[in-house]
Design a protein around this ligand. Structure first.
Ligand code: KIV
Ligand code: NA
Length: 279
């Protein structure tokens, strides 16, 4: 498939064709997403939880993100790959953010970076985009700031917070972001913000009025242990955990019963060589 570039994304946006984005965290999750034709792949720091089993995203560092970004990059032929700047790698100063972004591009081999925050991050977004690195902003529910937000809650529900969200969206656009993720925002608010902007909005829990959608791959595939809490906006398109469970249980049973490996899974040896070996 041809390589998706920033121009491809802009054409989709102008044509009002919804942009498709999904997360990936390693080689297999990347190549399947790329084969499925996703326009964009996000190496989201949600991999801290869904791939590494951490409690939240604050634990993951830039080095671990780089390992994941490289693995994802090896599996992608066509999609535009965005890497998340993890908590602690960009908040201190625009210089710190630019240094981390350059590492994600050079070592992580991604095409763009994503960071959380609106108006207060504008100078940072400006510094990164001025260096020629495309930035995807992320506003609304910003999981890295969950403790300041008081947990994972819908953002922009009141008139004043909807206005603040719009101001954040305009600020990141003005600072040079090529797009903005809107997470957990009432659908009518996200739709209005989308109409006020001249860059694509990528929604997650923000309704169909956005310019595109993003979803966490493990969530939509059902590739997580039973009982995991899922936000309301996740639609489960698969049941990968149960399929894996069935396959591994079947393997275990067949090994116990001596049914696996069967003859077709073994290597033969010439009779004469074997006779010699026996002596
Ligand atoms: O880390 C992530 O997966 C994300 C998406 C949910 C937007 O930031
Ligand atoms: Na993220």
């Amino acid at each position: 498939r041809p390589r998706t570039t920033i121009h491809t994304l802009l054409s989709l946006y102008k044509a009002h064709t919804p942009i498709t984005m999904i997360t990936a965290s390693d080689f297999p999750s990347a190549h399947v997403a790329d084969a499925a034709g996703m326009d964009m792949i996000l190496v989201g720091d949600s991999l801290a939880m869904v791939t590494l089993g951490m409690d939240d995203t604050s634990e993951i560092g830039l080095d671990e993100m780089i390992v994941a970004c490289r693995a994802v990059g090896r599996g992608v032929q066509g999609a535009f790959v965005v890497g998340d700047l993890p908590m602690g790698s960009y908040e201190i100063s625009p210089t710190q953010a630019l240094t981390s972004s350059i590492r994600l591009i050079k070592a992580g081999r991604v095409h763009a970076v994503k960071l959380e925050g609106g108006a207060p991050m504008a100078p940072t977004i400006r510094a990164i985009t001025d260096a020629g690195i495309p930035v995807l902003a992320h506003i609304g529910l910003t999981p890295q700031k969950q403790h300041a937000l008081g947990g994972f809650r819908v953002q922009g529900k009141s008139t004043s917070s909807a206005l603040a969200l719009l101001r954040d969206a305009l600020a990141v656009q003005e600072a040079g972001a090529f797009g903005v993720v809107l997470e957990a925002v009432p659908a009518p608010v996200a739709e209005l913000v989308t109409r006020k902007l001249a860059i694509p909005t990528i929604g997650i829990g923000a309704g169909a009025g956005c310019s595109g959608q993003v979803i966490v791959q493990a969530d939509m595939l059902g590739n997580y242990p039973p009982g995991r809490y899922l936000p309301k906006f996740v639609k489960r398109y698969g049941d990968v955990w149960s399929e894996s469970l069935q396959a591994i249980e079947a393997y275990g049973k067949e090994v116990k019963e001596g049914l696996y490996p069967a003859k077709e899974h073994t290597y033969p040896m010439k009779r004469e060589e074997m006779a010699e070996f026996r002596r």
